[in-house]
Design a protein around this ligand. Structure first.
Ligand SMILES: [Zn+2]
Length: 190
């Protein structure tokens, strides 16, 4: 097992699904990298190139991630887009860059993703960024809103505010005043 494979297992990284499978010697079960089951100890992991190889070595497929059934191509694509966004939301990702990375047309990516998830890739990306920003607004009272906006991947504080308002119904500043009590109380107590 190499470093990248181990990281993929620990992070449940769906972008590695299909590239390898891993068996856990203590349980006799094998999984896809994205499986949400508890991460094994590295010394108990065995890497396989295919599900067949794992089964031939005596491992049984996990009931949770079903590594013995192939992912449908669309499902796999949606899976990968989510994995990329969740891991790299702060990068300047666009529909075009995602499409290029997955070797497909932006149109197909947009349509398929929306059909499976109910939201567009851009909406999914913004939702992830806003979720992380909300956490920062609640817990980091000393960080400026611009700093938070840029850190989660927006190009400007004003774009961030527009998207934030659209998704939450209030401004980042207002959200912080309403929900940032823990952090501000701590600051005040110092
Ligand atoms: Zn599994």
């Amino acid at each position: 097992m190499d470093e990248a494979q181990w990281k993929a297992i620990v992070n449940c990284d769906a972008t590695f699904d299909g590239r390898f499978f891993y068996g856990v010697t203590t349980t006799g079960i094998f999984c896809r990298p994205s499986c949400r089951s508890r991460a094994p100890l590295p010394e108990h992991v065995r890497i396989f190139k295919s599900a067949g190889e794992a089964q031939a070595a005596g491992f049984r497929p996990c009931k949770r991630c079903r590594p013995d059934t192939p992912l449908r191509p669309d499902e796999e694509m949606v899976h990968m887009v989510k994995a990329i966004v969740n891991r790299r939301f702060e990068e300047p990702l666009t529909l075009e860059s995602l499409a290029q990375e997955l070797s497909m047309s932006p149109y197909h990516l947009h349509r398929t993703f929306k059909r499976w998830t109910g939201v567009t890739p851009a909406e999914y990306l913004f939702a992830k960024r806003i979720e992380v920003a909300k956490e920062a607004l609640r817990t980091e009272p000393l960080r400026t809103i611009t700093d938070i906006a840029l850190a989660v991947g927006f190009r400007s504080a004003s774009h961030f505010s527009t998207v934030f308002r659209k998704m939450t119904g209030c401004s980042p500043k207002h959200y912080r005043t309403q929900h940032g009590t823990v952090g501000t109380a701590q600051e005040a107590a110092r």
